[in-house]
Design a binder for this molecule. Structure first.
Ligand SMILES: [Fe+2]
Ligand SMILES: [Fe+2]
Length: 403
């Protein structure tokens, strides 16, 4: 049974929550504490899966509490449930918080967010990897892209279009703006999956404050891991996103699907970055096993780290509240049959785009493309489309080479 800790400074708010969540008492063990001190005591005594905290509390507020929880119990999922949606609150709590919920929050919404957080914890079986992923408050950006956005934001003529373009090509920046915009503070009725659209929702001033004062983006501060060139990883991510979108367009998929496919492709290998940033030596070892023994990357990762880069990446993006179709595509991009789904999905597009991008020469028979799951594509009734998608891939590769 999952253990959830609720923290508020007002007793009647906790009473309200207790009453509202009464129907879920068989699924979760819930503890309600008044104030941060009591919460930290409870956390020291027993292990919790999720903490849901109010923001405004005397002595130690929600942001300070969650910072402390992050430091002392990094594996715990951290959620702010706040009635104060002013920008200052968001800025203060953006670092330690995985997700924000706005008060009043109905029981279904709260249940959905907590259930999803618990399901994600099951996706990642390794406790150490959970701790390491949930400790990350940003995914590092390439230094040149980081400099580009800072320069743009400092310019008196900073434009949201240019900011959107920069954010859309960077894994870390795209994930962060999507986390913020999809949070309840913005109260949007449908999910946003396009990073440029997310940037325009936030606006120049907010992004400026987030980047220049709160430092929500970070720069890559580690070198390539042996066997993994980070520059190449970025190019591969951006190209996979672009190809996944082209595949959906070619099949007349909706605008929403195209956006989801683009972003899921851009973010599909986020887990590699998380592993390279946090466990460089162990990850280099895994990569050398792949090179020397011919094992598949996912097999080697599972055997030596406990989970794959796909699971680690999906875990963090899920914790950040990114839309489900994107998290699913990231989680199953190497094992698409692990996820139920029919027809055109971002997962299908990202799986194919990734396999084609990894296939040297870009012109093999479908059955000769090493990481393409032919049975999956056949089940979807799309096998005869692979040649067309290969041509899209070759066009893109030639276009990129000509630049
Ligand atoms: Fe991958
Ligand atoms: Fe990949």
């Amino acid at each position: 049974m999952k253990r959830i800790l609720f923290v508020d400074d007002e007793e009647n708010v906790l009473h309200g929550l207790r009453r509202m969540l009464h129907p879920f008492r068989k699924e979760w063990e819930m503890v309600f504490t008044i104030g941060s001190e009591a919460a930290l005591k409870a956390l020291a005594q027993t292990e919790f899966d999720v903490v849901v905290s109010d923001m405004r509390m005397p002595c130690m507020d929600g942001a300070q509490l969650l910072n402390e929880v992050k430091r002392r119990h990094p594996q715990v999922v951290r959620i702010i449930l706040s009635g104060h949606s002013e920008m200052e609150t968001i800025l203060r709590s953006v670092g330690p918080t995985h997700q924000y919920l706005a008060k009043p929050c109905d029981s279904e919404e709260l249940k959905k967010v907590i259930t999803r957080a618990c399901a994600l914890r099951d996706l990642l079986s390794e406790n150490a990897l959970r701790a390491l992923a949930s400790q990350m408050s940003s995914i590092p950006s390439l230094p040149q892209t980081y400099t580009e956005i800072v320069t743009e934001l400092q310019s008196p003529e900073a434009s949201i279009q240019r900011i959107g373009q920069i954010v859309s090509k960077d894994v870390g920046m795209a994930a962060k703006v999507l986390q913020l915009v999809n949070s309840a503070f913005f109260g949007l009725r449908h999910h946003v999956s396009d990073p440029a659209q997310a940037a325009s929702f936030l606006g120049v001033d907010t992004i400026k404050a987030l980047v220049l004062s709160v430092h929500v983006f970070s720069q890559l501060e580690f070198a390539d891991v042996e066997g993994l060139c980070l520059d190449t990883l970025w190019t591969h991510s951006a190209m996979t996103g672009a190809l996944a979108k082209k595949i959906i367009s070619e099949e007349d998929g909706s605008e929403q699907l195209r956006g989801d496919a683009l972003t899921a492709g851009l973010l599909h290998d986020t887990g590699k970055l998380i592993l390279a940033a946090n466990l460089p030596e162990r990850y280099a070892e895994v990569l050398s096993i792949v090179r020397d023994d011919g094992a598949s990357l996912c097999e080697a990762e599972r055997q030596h780290l406990g989970n794959t880069h796909a699971e680690v990446g999906a875990y963090l993006l899920g914790l950040w509240g990114l839309p489900d179709p994107i998290v699913e595509a990231v989680a199953f991009h190497h094992t698409p049959r692990g996820c139920l789904g029919e027809g055109l999905t971002p997962l299908m597009a990202v799986h194919v785009a990734n396999a084609l991008m990894h296939a040297p020469g870009h012109s093999a028979e479908a059955t000769d493309i090493p990481s393409l799951d032919v049975e999956y594509i056949t089940q979807l009734g799309l096998l005869d489309r692979v040649t067309t998608w290969q041509s899209l891939c070759s066009e893109m590769a030639e276009g990129a080479a000509a630049q």
